[in-house]
Design a protein around this ligand. Structure first.
Ligand SMILES: [Zn+2]
Length: 90
């Protein structure tokens, strides 16, 4: 039987993730250019994964991309790990 996972597709905004980032000590400064201006990219909902342990398995990781507006550096976060309020109702 194939397990099905609900994929969160509601857009994420800065106010949604700011408390989590603050709690976890995520640095505001871009590690590439030192600026503090970020946007959240909301048109990518996840990354396909192909795991090779004992067996080969395919999956999907819900993803949030935060991109530096100055240099384009992108940070990827596992959306499931952020435990967003808007995802709890799924
Ligand atoms: Zn940057």
């Amino acid at each position: 039987m194939i397990e099905r996972e609900v994929i969160p597709v509601e857009p994420v905004y800065a106010d949604d993730v700011a408390p989590f980032f603050k709690e976890k000590g995520v640095k505001e400064e871009c590690e590439c250019c030192g600026k503090k201006d970020w946007i959240i990219i909301n048109n990518l909902f996840g990354i396909a994964t192909l795991m090779c342990d004992d067996d080969l398995t395919a999956g999907f990781t819900p993803t949030i991309i935060v991109q530096c507006t100055n240099c384009g550096n992108m940070r990827l976060f596992n959306r499931a790990h952020l435990n967003l309020e808007k995802d709890k109702k799924l």
